[in-house]
Design a protein around this ligand. Structure first.
Ligand code: PGA
Length: 252
């Protein structure tokens, strides 16, 4: 089985004006110029995508968006289509982030439509799943994740999904400073990989990258990345500062 390439992704959430995004991405291009053997993505807010795209074009950094709408175009005030993201230079799109599910009504059904629309437009979806603290305490972690993955990926063929990335982000670890232990992360990542194997076969389960997200910092990334089923990190807060994010990318 081919080794899965580590993938470090930064989700800037609703931070940075265009000029701030330009400054950060210019610094990142310099700091990460020697990077090899890893995939790197940053996901600025929509307004900064196009400017950042021009800055990172020749670098090792790829561009991602934080959301999309599934229709191709139309009277959908405030929404952004997959083709618009592609034309702004995006390669990836984060779908179903817990903040979208919590505040903006995203659910397994809309997540499924968004994954389909992303794939049809040639974007790589990063499908986010994760349990709340209450669900973990009530021993529902695996059943919650089982449902989110099965529904999110319902109706797709193996071929459709060959580029997709999954991000496991336990809600209780996002922005809280509370990271899942490396053992907790590994346990869930192995569960997710086995679920993919059951649903789509071992070719996909062997190649699919499963990222961990939730308070990833320079001082905990190495132990997380040392786990056999952790293939990368989806980083929020610690991706905003170029020095910190470059430390994360250069973990060893
Ligand atoms: P955090 O966010 O790194 O700030 O915990 C992770 C995420 O929401 O993707």
């Amino acid at each position: 089985m081919e080794k899965r390439k580590p993938f470090i992704a930064g989700n800037w959430k609703m931070f940075k004006t265009i000029s701030e995004a330009i400054e950060t991405s210019e610094q990142l291009v310099k700091l990460l110029s020697g990077t090899i053997g890893k995939d790197v993505m940053i996901a600025p807010p929509f307004t900064a995508l196009y400017s950042v795209s021009g800055i990172i074009r020749e670098s090792c950094i790829s561009l991602g968006a934080q959301n999309l709408f599934w229709e191709k175009e139309g009277a959908y005030t405030g929404e952004i289509s997959p083709a618009m993201l592609g034309s702004a230079g995006c390669k990836y799109v984060i779908i179903g982030h817990s903040e979208r599910r919590q505040y903006f009504g995203d659910n397994d059904e809309t997540v499924n439509k968004k994954v389909r629309a992303a794939l049809e437009a040639g974007l790589i979806p990063i499908l986010c799943v994760g349990e709340s603290e209450k669900e973990r305490e009530s021993n529902y972690t695996f059943s919650v994740l089982d449902k989110q993955v099965k529904k999110g990926l319902e109706g797709f063929s193996l071929d459709d999904l060959k580029t997709i990335v999954i991000a496991y982000e336990p809600l209780w670890a996002i922005g809280t400073g509370k990271t899942a232990t490396k053992e907790q992360a590994q346990e869930v990542h192995l569960f997710l990989r086995s679920l993919i194997e059951k649903e789509f076969g071992d070719k996909l389960s062997g190649s699919i990258r499963i990222l961990y997200g939730g308070s990833v910092k320079p001082d905990n990334i190495s132990e997380l990345m040392a786990m056999p089923d952790v293939d990368g990190a989806l980083v929020g807060g610690a991706s905003l500062n170029p020095d910190t994010f470059s430390k994360l990318v250069n973990y060893n």
